[in-house]
Design a protein around this ligand. Sequence first.
Ligand code: SF4
Ligand code: SF4
Length: 328
Amino acid sequence: MFETPIIADSVRDGIVFIDRSRCLRMRFNRSSCSRCISFCPAQAINIGDDLFIQKDKCNSCLLCTSLCPTEALSLDEEKFFQFFASLKEIEKKVSSPVLSCKEKKGKRGHVTLPCVGYLSEERLLSLAFLFDKVIQIDVSSCQSCEKAVVVPFLKELMDKMEEKLSFSFSSRIKIIENEDNLDFEEVPYGRRDFFTAVQRRTFVELANWIKTHRHKDSYAYSIKEVPMKRTLLNRVFARIPREVRKLYLKHYYFSLQVNDDCDHCFACVGACSTGALKMGTHAGKKVLLHQSALCVYCGLCVEFCRRTAIQVEIGFKGVSPFEFELLK
Ligand code: SF4
Ligand code: SF4
């Protein structure tokens, strides 16, 4: 099951990129994951023997890419790096970069996304903590768009983040619903110069900085890969204010509990798509190890264990989330 090579597919002119080998349902047919299906406002996602998106229904709101824990559904990698790199470069030029969607008329956005539905909780956290300036997200034209549903979704995520971290995000991210409130500054040099700068320096720098475990040319069930969203959360950890760290560990890192029914078959190690679980040795015996910083709380190990010996919980309870720690 884990050796089948698979070719990634893309739909809607490549906006939503599908890597079936990352989908929990494709990896294990008894997985109960249905986050993308239950959130898709256009009911465009089908998962049976195959995972596919009905092109005629999909409106490219990108909410599925926000919710999929393993990035089986994502924006393609080039676009992701371009987006981050552009923002980093713009940040050096203006006092508050403006992020808008590409459907927006006029040129009052510095960096555009196919849709702001792409801004998952992890990506919002990275906007808040990996950038030094206040980021404005311009949603002023979203109400008249067929994808208007993304605005309440975005606001709900911001509320959730505030609640989880007891932190006011308004000092880092501003959601602009009325264009009169937009504080837009022209970039003080040519557009062509700007993109050349992005291509030459920041793009390459950021790509190297963000991607750590990417196997760009291969899509296979055997590959263990940490989703970019998880990598971003780990990057944020290093930049987050000290007083927020405890709550950050409580809400964005995960712990596993293994009971005495575990017979060390290590099937969960094979099932885990990120490499958060691995086999090790301790006192001359084979043991199960887990690293929280690689875990995406997908629950596949729990569902895969035939002895129901594993439980996964929100919140880090070990010593270091960046080390493999002994489970059993
Ligand atoms: S959310 Fe991702 S992993 Fe879950 S069913 Fe959808 S594509 Fe598969
Ligand atoms: S350890 Fe379990 S919950 Fe965490 S990523 Fe691996 S399979 Fe998913």
